[in-house]
Design a binder for this molecule. Structure first.
Ligand SMILES: *[C@@H]1O[C@H](CO)[C@@H](O)[C@H](O)[C@H]1NC(C)=O
Ligand SMILES: *[C@@H]1O[C@H](CO)[C@@H](O)[C@H](O)[C@H]1NC(C)=O
Ligand SMILES: *[C@@H]1O[C@H](CO)[C@@H](O)[C@H](O)[C@H]1NC(C)=O
Length: 446
């Protein structure tokens, strides 16, 4: 018996992943990720300088055919003729960038991880990539290792640090050549993408690799499975790193680590695979927009309801903010993040390290989302019930069931609704909570 157990252990320890999806997809997701539930996404790059339209500005202006007339007009009206996109780097000063302040804000949001764009589709790296000569934040623009500096401050607050990396680069000549060759050649992957990606992992040890920009070519072009096998077997983060599902055309929602499926994906029912919803406070852009308007932003109740339903459906919630080229986080974003943190301060018990319950939501007196921890469940009310009574149909109570409102200590009076389930809770006067979302904790129910 003991020797069988030892053999099993040895097999576990020495198991190596092979460069195919069957093997890679079978890797258990490191447990920190599901427990973390909430992360902050940061889109920052040269696109933050024009700050117009979105982080896709370059493509909308000069890539797509026909170009977006708004971007063309914006350039014609505000910049000299012949101004090229790379010249925007001279406006990327990051002179107010204080990584400690940023990390304080992220910490105050209650989030457990932070994901920064190390390189977006424009190809500019926010670190001194040896493969991105003169198109990185140390040679040009801020003259600073943005990825490294933020990473230090974030980790110092015991937050996990992840990096977003775009596989494709809209205008890289080697990429355009490979594309012209129907992706039968891999010069871009061999000479640019992979050396850079390996270097980034070894240098910064990210615990999330948030891959993107994969959809034009198959995973075999990107050598995704070879990279992931190295990442999981031999990289310095092999035990803790998590990855998403953007590793080649057709991979989304199917292969990789956890699933994003698509931006702002919202499943209708509980998915069978760990997933993450990424979304943005600015509903129109991930990168900073100089002309954003208040009514285009998610307000705090909308963010909290989105977060709660995502977690109830087994997802993580990755909430994006776009800093300015000056290196500031717009105060309206900071206010939202601190609001989320104030809500989590009281209600975080229902979120962090929770599991989906057997029922995810119920249209009770008001819509209620459920999460659970063993035989304790949390019923999150996404609106204020009209009276002092909340009726829940699905929990099955017992004689020892106890109900409290998170943020207060006293048990609430309740009575069974039917002989075999449901309950009526007598609510106290609900305190003012950021987001207008309240949580009932129900102990000893199933
Ligand atoms: C954060 O930095 C402080 C001051 O340098 C240090 O004492 C502390 O151990 C660090 N904490 C972590 C979690 O790295
Ligand atoms: C990509 O994978 C193929 C097949 O395993 C391998 O022969 C090739 O060397 C890899 N290319 C790079 C750049 O790693
Ligand atoms: C609750 O009501 C909403 C809005 O009418 C509906 O979309 C949803 O499917 C309902 N959910 C359940 C579990 O009945």
């Amino acid at each position: 018996m003991i020797s069988v157990f030892l053999l099993f252990l040895v097999a576990r320890v020495s198991a190596r992943y092979t460069a195919d999806w069957t093997s890679l997809d079978a890797r258990p997701l490191p447990s920190w990720f599901d427990e973390a539930k909430v992360g902050i996404f940061v889109h920052w790059g040269v696109f933050s300088v024009p700050g117009f339209g979105s982080e896709w500005f370059w493509w909308h202006w000069q890539g797509q055919q026909p170009p977006d007339p708004k971007c063309v007009a914006y350039m014609a009206e505000n910049y000299p003729p012949g101004f090229s996109y790379p010249e925007f780097v001279n406006g990327f000063h990051a002179q107010f960038f204080n990584p400690e302040e940023w990390a304080d804000i992220f910490k105050a949001s209650g989030a457990k991880y932070v994901v920064l764009t190390a390189k977006h589709h424009e190809g500019f790296t926010n670190w001194e990539s040896p493969n991105s000569w003169n198109w990185n934040s140390v040679d040009a623009g801020p003259k600073r290792d943005l990825v490294g500096d933020l990473g230090e401050a974030v980790r110092n607050r015991s937050l996990h640090y992840g990096l977003y990396n775009s596989l494709y680069e809209w205008f890289h000549p080697l990429y355009l050549d490979d594309k012209k060759n129907g992706f039968k050649t891999q010069e871009f992957v061999k000479l640019k993408l992979l050396p850079e990606l390996y270097n980034m992992v070894v240098r910064y040890r990210p615990e999330v690799i948030w891959s993107d920009g994969d959809w034009e070519a198959p995973d075999t072009y990107w050598n995704s499975t070879e990279f992931l096998a190295w990442l999981y077997n031999d990289s310095p983060v092999k035990d803790t790193v998590v990855t998403n599902d953007r590793w080649g055309a057709g991979c989304a929602c199917k292969h990789g680590g956890y699933y994003n499926c698509e931006d702002k994906y919202t499943p209708g029912q509980l998915p069978s695979h760990k997933w993450e919803k990424c979304t943005s406070v600015d509903t129109l852009s991930w990168g900073y927009r100089r002309n954003m308007r208040l009514q285009e932003l998610m307000d705090l109740p909308a963010i909290i309801k989105d977060l709660v339903s995502t977690v109830a459906l087994g997802g993580n919630y990755l909430l994006n903010v776009g800093p300015t080229a000056d290196g500031t986080i717009p105060t309206v974003f900071e206010e939202r993040l601190r609001g989320v943190g104030a809500w989590l301060e009281i209600n975080g018990e229902a979120i962090f390290a929770s599991k989906p319950w057997r029922v995810q939501m119920e249209n009770a007196t008001v819509p209620v989302w459920y999460t659970s921890k063993g035989d304790t469940i949390y019923a999150v009310m996404t609106a204020k019930p009209p009276g002092t009574i909340l009726q829940l149909q699905t929990p099955k109570t017992s004689a020892s069931t106890k109900v409290i409102l998170l943020g207060s200590q006293s048990p609430l009076p309740w009575s069974p609704l039917y002989p075999n389930g449901g309950l009526t809770v007598l609510l106290p006067e609900l305190p003012r909570l950021p987001g207008h979302v309240w949580t009932l904790k129900l102990e000893s129910v199933h």
